[in-house]
Ligand binder design. Structure first.
Ligand code: ATR
Length: 272
């Protein structure tokens, strides 16, 4: 119910009309009795400054940021937490005591989705497809889990090399040149948008793989990559889980809560 104390939280991005974030957050608010409503706002870059003023005027407790503003938004913030600073991208902003503080919950949300599926990262050989903003957050958190190695496969070599250059400060066993189709990876992760609303796949299975395959694309839920992985008898992790975990983590930051991750299963049911 909306009343005089109802708060607003939201997502901003260039075109966020299709985002499932409102369903996820509003479900959490209903379930936990948080008096807040979550909406999506599609903005042009030249509207960011006005949006920030509005957040301060209306004392909006928090908002999420998506493509293509996860880096740009940093210019408008008073503080950025260490992790988001290292990743170089912010997807969650909290407004408190007159200050805007930036966080990144994408990478941590992704790791939670693997752990929820009992996927161990430590000692594993990982192939990450893509080297954009989403990849950076995921790579940063993966590297902290002590994998044996991470190889990056990307359309544009120099973009992969730029990401590797940043990551090398924290993790040594990351490479582009050693990517090898015949390598037996334990975990294959798609961080690109390939497969979103299309039948394209960023990886061709040889039939020899024994990997866990995961995709951050969640529309469709079963991407061609995941479908082919299943056909090859491989375990899969869907992108919708990362989306839900990063949302749970954002609400924890905004409302100083510990949210029981068990409600994730219920959310998956209502948004599929
Ligand atoms: P995000 O911030 O969401 O990760 P991004 O920075 O645009 O988005 O990065 C997108 C990633 O997907 C990049 O790795 C990009 O490859 P390039 O570095 O070659 O640009 C990859 N990508 C996007 N569209 C692709 C396509 N059609 N085929 C292959 N890779 C693609």
């Amino acid at each position: 119910m909306i009343n005089g104390k109802t708060k607003l939280s939201c997502l901003i991005g260039r075109d966020v009309r299709e985002s499932k974030s409102p369903q996820i957050h509003n479900y959490i608010y209903n379930k936990l009795g948080i008096n807040c409503k979550y909406l999506n706002f599609s903005l042009n870059e030249n509207q960011l400054s006005d949006f920030i003023s509005t957040v301060k005027t209306l004392k909006i407790p928090g908002f999420n940021v998506t493509i293509p503003y996860k880096e740009k938004i940093i210019d408008f913030l008073d503080e950025v937490d260490d992790t988001a600073k290292k990743i170089g991208a912010v997807n969650t902003v909290k407004y408190i005591d007159g200050k805007l503080i930036g966080y990144n919950t994408d990478g941590a949300g992704y790791i939670m989705s693997l752990k929820n599926n009992n996927v161990d990262i430590s000692g594993k050989k990982i192939l990450v497809i893509g080297a954009g903003g989403a990849a950076r957050g995921i790579l940063f958190f993966l590297s902290k889990e002590n994998p044996e190695s991470i190889h990056i496969m990307n359309r544009t070599k120099k973009n992969a090399e730029a990401v590797i250059g940043e990551l090398k400060n924290y993790y040594e066993m990351i490479d582009y040149d050693h990517y090898n189709e015949d390598e037996d990876y334990d975990i294959i992760i798609n961080t690109t948008s390939v497969g979103m609303k299309s039948k394209d796949s960023p990886y061709k299975f040889t039939g020899k793989e024994s990997a866990v395959v995961s995709d951050i694309v969640y529309n469709p839920r079963l991407t061609t990559l995941l479908k082919e992985a299943k056909e090859n008898g491989l375990k899969t992790v869907e992108g919708i889980e990362m989306l839900i975990y990063q949302a749970l983590l954002a609400d924890q930051i905004w409302f100083d809560l510990e949210i029981d991750a068990d409600i994730m299963g219920e959310i998956i049911k209502i948004i599929s």
